[in-house]
Ligand binder design. Structure first.
Ligand SMILES: [Zn+2]
Length: 231
C-alpha cells in the first residue's frame, strides 16, 4: 500500500513564519482573531493584508530568504524519497513564501499547496483557490488537498501542531501531533504519534513503510467516504 504524507508548513516546518511575516511592517501586527463560522480564516487574512501597506518585492524576498526552518525536514524528504512516500507541504499562508523558503534551504521535489499571493504593484493581495466553505479555520483547506491528492488505495499521514490542523487530522490514517493538535487529539480520542522534531517523524515513517500493510484508521476512512459522497 502506498503512503502519502502531508506536512503543515507554518508551525511545523517553519515554526515562526506567520508572526514573522507581519513583523515586516511594524504597523501591521495581526489581529488575534480566532476563525469562526462568521469570521473565516480567509476573511481574517484579507483584513490583515488589507492593512499591510506597500511592501517592496526585494524586501519580501530578502525577508523570506532569512527565515529559519526545522532542518530535520530535509532528512524527512530524503527518507520519503528512499521509501517511495510522496510529500506534500500544506500551508494557510502563501505557496510563494513556502516555495521561496524551501528553495533557499535547497529542499526540492516536494509539492506545496497554499494560498496565492498577488502583487499589484507593491500591494499584497491574497487569493484563496482552496477555500472550503464548510471549514472556517482553513483559508487553504488541507483536508481537501489530502482527499484530492490521495487515491482510495493509499494511506494518508499528516503532521501538524496547531488548531488549523484539527480539520485535516480527522481525515488522516496516521497523525503526527504536537502542541495544540496533540491536546485536541487526546480530547477527541484520535490516536496520534507524538513528535518533537521532524526527525521523530522520519524514524516512525521508516518503521511504518517496512510493514507489508499500513492499516487505515476506521474513523478517518468513514469521514473520507462521507466527504466524497457529499460532493
Ligand atoms: Zn479545512
Amino acid at each position: 500500500m502506498s503512503l502519502n504524507l502531508f506536512v503543515r508548513f507554518e508551525g511545523v516546518i517553519a515554526p515562526n513564519i506567520s508572526q514573522a511575516f507581519f513583523s515586516l511592517r511594524d504597523n501591521s501586527i495581526p489581529d488575534t482573531l480566532i476563525p469562526t463560522e462568521h469570521h473565516t480564516a480567509s476573511a481574517i487574512m484579507k483584513h490583515q493584508y488589507g492593512r499591510f501597506g506597500p511592501v517592496s518585492t526585494s524586501a519580501l524576498t530578502h525577508f523570506l530568504d532569512e527565515q529559519q526552518i526545522d532542518v530535520s525536514f530535509a532528512r524527512l524528504v530524503e527518507a520519503c524519497r528512499e521509501t517511495g512516500v510522496s510529500v506534500t507541504v500544506v500551508t494557510n499562508e502563501f505557496t510563494y513564501s513556502a516555495e521561496r523558503i524551501l528553495k533557499a534551504k535547497r529542499i526540492r521535489g516536494v509539492n506545496i499547496v497554499g494560498n496565492h499571493l498577488m502583487l499589484n504593484g507593491d500591494i499584497v493581495i491574497p487569493e484563496f483557490p482552496h477555500q472550503n466553505t464548510d471549514c472556517p479555520r482553513c483559508s487553504c483547506c488541507a483536508r481537501n488537498i489530502m482527499l484530492n491528492g490521495s487515491s482510495d488505495q493509499a494511506a494518508i499521514a499528516f503532521v501538524g501542531a496547531g488548531s488549523i490542523d484539527y480539520c485535516p487530522a480527522s481525515y488522516a490514517d496516521i497523525v503526527f501531533a504536537r502542541g495544540e493538535l496533540q491536546t485536541w487529539c487526546q480530547q477527541k480520542n484520535i490516536s496520534y504519534r507524538e513528535f518533537l522534531t521532524l526527525d521523530d517523524v522520519t524514524v516512525d515513517l521508516k518503521r511504518i513503510t517496512q510493514k507489508r500493510r499500513i492499516p487505515k484508521r476506521r474513523e478517518a476512512d468513514h469521514l473520507r467516504r462521507a466527504a466524497f459522497s457529499a460532493e
